[in-house]
Design a protein around this ligand. Sequence first.
Ligand code: CP3
Length: 355
Amino acid sequence: MTAPVGAQADTEPTAPFLRACRGLPVDRTPVWLLRQAGRYQPEYRALREKHSLLEIIRTPELAAEVTLLPVDAFGLDAAIVFSDILPPLVGMGLDVSFAKGDGPQIANPISSTRDVDLLGVPPAEETMAGTLAAIALVRDELESRDVPVIGFAGAPFTLASYAIEGGTSKDFSRTRAFMFSEPAAWRRLLGKLVTVQADYLAAQVQAGAQALQVFDSWAGRALGREDYLRYVAPHNQELFARIADAGVPVINFSLGVSAYLADAAACGGDVVGLDWTLPLDEAWELLGFDRPVQGNLDPASLLAPWRELAFRIDDVLDRAGGRPGHIFNVGHGLVPQTPVENVRRLVEHVRERTS
Ligand code: CP3
C-alpha cells in the first residue's frame, strides 16, 4: 500500500525529481513534461477514438493507462495523473464538457451573485473518486521503479475564469467585469474554489500523490500586478497555506506572470514552475537560488529540427548551471503536433548531458 500522509517529509527521497523539489543534489537532472500524456501520442489518439476525455478521466484503469504511456515510452522522472483542471467544477454544479476542437465549455456559466451562492463545495472523495483511484493504481505500478506520481489542481482565478466565461477566453472581460462589479461575490467564489481545491489536493496525497502542482494558467494573462495582488494573491496564498502541511512538495506554476514573478511566487509552493518568457537564470536569480525551479523550454522548440531543439535544451541546462533544485520541463504544455521522436530525444539528451 501507499505511504501515509507526511511519511515522505522525514526521510530523504531517492527519486531525482523529489530530491530536486527539495533542493537536494541529484545524479542527473530530473525531467518531466507538461501535457506529457496527450494527443501527440498515437496510443492516446487511439484511446480517444473509443472514449471521451471525461470517460478516460473518470475510469481509473483508463486514466492510469494514459498516465503511464509517456513514462513507459520515454523513461520520464515523474508521472502526472491524467485528468484535467476542470472536472472538480462538475461537483460544484457546473456543466462542463469538452467539445472536439473547441476546448472546454461550461453550459451554465456564473453570471450573478446568486449563481455563486448556489455552488456546492462537496468533498473530493465524492466527486473525484476516479482520479483518486487512478493515483493509487499509478503509485502501485511505479513504486518499484522509484518514479513519483504528481497530483494537481487549478488555481482559483483560472477556474473562476472558466466558470464565468463559459470556456477559454481571449481577454477575460466577463471575469474582470464580475471581479470589479461584485467584489464580495468574487471573494465568496474564490473562497469556495479554494475550499474545494485544497480538499482535492489533500485527497490526492492521501491517495498516493508524492508531489502536487497548482496550475494558474490565466491570472497572468488577464491581470496587471495591482489587480493580481488585490483579487488573486490572497486566495492563492490561502490555497498554498492549506496544503503546506500535506507532507509533499508543492509546485506553483503560474503562467504569464513575468511582470510580477516574485509576487506570484510569494503566494507559496516549494518549487516555482517557470514559463518560457524569461531566461531561466534571470528568473531563478530573481527568486533566489535557494528556491527550487521547474522549467522552462519553450514547448514550440519541440517543433524545430533536432539541431535547433538540442541547442535550446542546452541553453536551459546551461542557464540552470548544474545548481541543485532544477527540474527540467517545458514552460507550457506540449502541443498536439509535437513529434514523438523529439520527446524521446529530449529526455535522452537531458539525461546524457547531466549524468
Ligand atoms: O499529462 C498531463 O500533463 C496531465 C494532463 C492534463 C490535461 N489538462 C489533459 C488534457 C493537465 C495537467 C491539464 C491541465 C489543464 N487543463 C490546464 C492547466 C495547464 C495549462 O495548459 O495551462 C488548463 C488551462 C486546462 C483546460 C483545458 N483542458 C483546455 C484549455 C483544453 C483544450 C485545449 C487542448 O489542449 O485541447 C483541455 C482539454 C485537455 N486536457 C486535453 C488533454 C490531453 C485535450 C483533450 C482531448 O483529448 O481532446
